[in-house]
Design a protein around this ligand. Sequence first.
Ligand SMILES: Nc1ncnc2c1ncn2[C@@H]1O[C@H](COP(=O)(O)OP(=O)(O)OP(=O)(O)O)[C@@H](O)[C@H]1O
Ligand SMILES: [Mg+2]
Length: 452
Amino acid sequence: MAVAPVGDRRPGAGAAAPPGAAPPTPGSGGGAGAFLDQILQSKSELFRGSREVLRDSYVPPRLPHREEEIRKLAEILGPSLRGDLPSNLLVYGKIGTGKTAVVAQVRSDIERRASANGRLGFLSVNCANLDTSYSLLQTIGNSFAGSDAERIPTGWSLDRVQAAMRRLMEARHGTTVLILDEIDRLVARSGDNVLYTLSQLNTELDGARLSLVGISNDLKFTNQLDARVRSRLNEEKIVFQPYNALELQDILRDRAKEAFNDDVVDPGVVERCAAYAALENGDARRALALLRLSAEMAERDHAKRITPDHVVKAKNRLEQDIVVECCRTLPPHCKVLLYAILQLSERRRNGVLTGEVYDSYRRLAERLGLPPLHARSISNYVSELETLGLVRATIVSRGRGGRTREILVDVPISETVPALEEDPLLAPVARPRNRGQLLLTNFDNPSRAGLL
Ligand SMILES: Nc1ncnc2c1ncn2[C@@H]1O[C@H](COP(=O)(O)OP(=O)(O)OP(=O)(O)O)[C@@H](O)[C@H]1O
Ligand SMILES: [Mg+2]
């Protein structure tokens, strides 16, 4: 049985010693050495082998409940095996519905059947990792470069990169299927010019041809495209529906069988992970993350089996992780604003009003040495927090035709506040641990709370 690589272990989970394992010997080298050696030598009682099987990067041999999508995709891309040019295609579906996995599987099935010296090639690009259309054209061009000397250097003009890419493609001959994953991110960042260029390449090329497969979880992204680009890309379309709870159960059972030893997953575990994820838009990635975290919670408890209680713990932890990650990426003033809202809301049953939120935000910003933004910008940030699902804002009337917004927090305050306080930006105004309640009551008068 393989021991999972150290790099695969999350902090905490990896630190769980197996029951009966000897404690690290004091003085045996000092530091974390003995502890780490113990982790290396310990075998998981739960995992059959590598826990990679439950990670996003793992491509399973079977994709249950995607048979129809696989068939349609094979029908559209399959003719490339006979030398025909496949139609351009857009693949849509909400997050975690298996779009990337299905396209990757059909691609590798076709590649396995393509003759070794054939003229068919696939290129997959995740547009989320590219900043500009320039880098996309450069990446495409360089994938055809036979040697370093042929590669397109950075620094050329866009026109020159485009011409070089065309030349390199032409020199290779044959058909290329270009898979643009998260294509909506490309359009949001750099518009649709590059898609216009790519979608009309076939009219300019002699010996080479290009077919485009765009993958997006934004069902409306084509509205942002020029009508010609839209119709060229949309020659074929496949929509992936979210998984329901029963479908997610099948997906999880397959993975659980591969990942865990026999009889370590209690009845109800898979069902609960699937039910939670079905409520969250039928996202298979979420379901798998829950199963993986449940196993880690069980290891942390030194348990021999994963129980439905571990799933509940995993769900709480996952929600916290998602919120924390989301907060971490907010722009500075937006973080201060959220912190102000959370602090005000801690003491309320109802929501807080925009006026008091602004006052509180302004005081915090001043204490942090940030010039406070105008109320209108803060109002836009409230809308942004609402879009992210962190708060909800409703209009309330305040007599005499006056209207204001009432803001309600949509995240667990007790966990989000400490997460925000760990941010170096907010650290100077963070409340010392264990004194939270005392200082909280005095928040509106920081000098009384001893904070100034
Ligand atoms: N039918 C399935 N069977 C087994 N695993 C699946 C299935 N569908 C999705 N998965 C797994 O769920 C995870 C998410 O799938 P995938 O990355 O393909 O989703 P996606 O639709 O591309 O999501 P996003 O829009 O966020 O990119 C992956 O680990 C994938 O292997
Ligand atoms: Mg994807």
